[in-house]
Design a protein around this ligand. Structure first.
Ligand code: ATP
Length: 293
């Protein structure tokens, strides 16, 4: 076995939240044209990759909510790179999921981004950043952002990234209601809706540049809430509860159903965390923070 730098590597794959999500059109191929403000958060999966002298890809995970075959984005990422770079050896991956699945937090995309990075490192491929982003785009619209992380304006179908200053220091409470929402179905449903009011994405970008936490939170907006909250009214209830507990603002992330609340008061967020943990809405509750780059 002749590997590049190392035969084994461990990666953290971080989740994201959307501070803003707008749909501004559709491409001829059906993909939605988006304007999103993405924020990386500390919540992460942990993946251990190991190159093996057998021509096969094997995934292990105690998580029963994800497929461990060719449908897994990690598997797809590894196969794409093995194919493109003519790699004979196989890879063994252990995936410890902490990011809730199908929750609007880009868990699968983050894992895929980690897989590309790990393959580059293990097999000494020296893939340029631009090529990595192209590979990411082939794997999924959120993957390029997961590769760069931090805070960014994502345009096009999610692949055109402009780096931004991170949201100012705050605590982020995540509550995922028991329901799951398929990203595909959420976008299909929004196509039947006439979007009359669009989130102020440029306003969010401006407030981030001003480093104004209240300004950023005051402009949160996600057009996908229009469809997801109708189907799952608990999303609105969780948002309301978060505000009652002192969140500066609360919103659904991505296509949902996870709701995030932004707090600047440690006591308030701790109380909210305990109450949601003990309450009726969900047992999937995390206290986390933004990752700045
Ligand atoms: P996004 O915010 O990018 O729309 P999401 O957070 O809503 O994504 P994911 O957690 O990425 O959703 O999962 C979406 C689907 O992808 C799930 O149905 C899951 O079975 C599948 N999937 C494939 N690979 C993975 C992975 N490594 N981790 C999580 N889900 C995966």
């Amino acid at each position: 076995m002749e590997y590049g730098k190392k035969a084994k590597t461990t990666k953290e794959a971080h989740a994201k939240i959307n501070l803003g999500l707008d749909i501004i059109g559709r491409r001829d191929d059906g993909y939605h044209l988006l304007r999103m403000v993405m924020q990386e958060i500390e919540l992460h999966d942990t993946l251990v990759f190991e190159a093996i002298p057998l021509s096969e890809v094997t995934l292990y995970s105690p998580c029963t909510f994800i497929p461990l075959d060719g449908r897994n984005l990690v598997y797809k990422a590894i196969e794409l790179i093995r194919d493109r770079y003519g790699i004979q050896d196989g890879v063994k991956v252990s995936i410890t999921k902490k990011i809730p699945v199908a929750a609007g937090l880009a868990g699968g995309s983050a894992d895929a981004a980690a897989a590309v990075e790990a393959m580059d490192e293990m097999f000494g491929l020296s893939i340029s950043d631009d090529v990595k982003l192209q590979i990411g785009q082939e794997l999924g619209a959120d993957v390029p952002f997961c590769m760069t992380g931090g805070t960014a304006l994502a345009e096009g179908i999610g692949e055109k990234l402009t780096g931004l200053p991170s949201i100012p220091d705050c605590r982020i409470l995540l509550v995922k209601p028991r329901c799951s929402i398929s990203t595909k179905e959420a976008y299909q449903a929004i196509d039947k809706v006439n979007i009359v009011s669009h989130p102020d994405i440029d306003g969010i970008v401006a407030e981030l540049r001003e480093n104004d936490l209240y300004g950023v939170c005051g402009r949160f907006g996600n057009v996908l809430e229009l469809v997801s909250t109708v189907k799952h009214p608990e999303i609105e209830n969780i948002k309301k509860k978060m505000l009652e507990f002192g969140a500066i603002n609360a919103m659904m992330s991505g296509s949902g159903p996870t709701v995030f609340g932004v707090f600047d008061n440690d006591n308030a967020v701790r109380k909210a965390y305990e109450a949601f943990k003990a309450g009726e809405y969900s047992k999937t509750v995390y206290l986390t923070a933004p990752v700045g780059r």
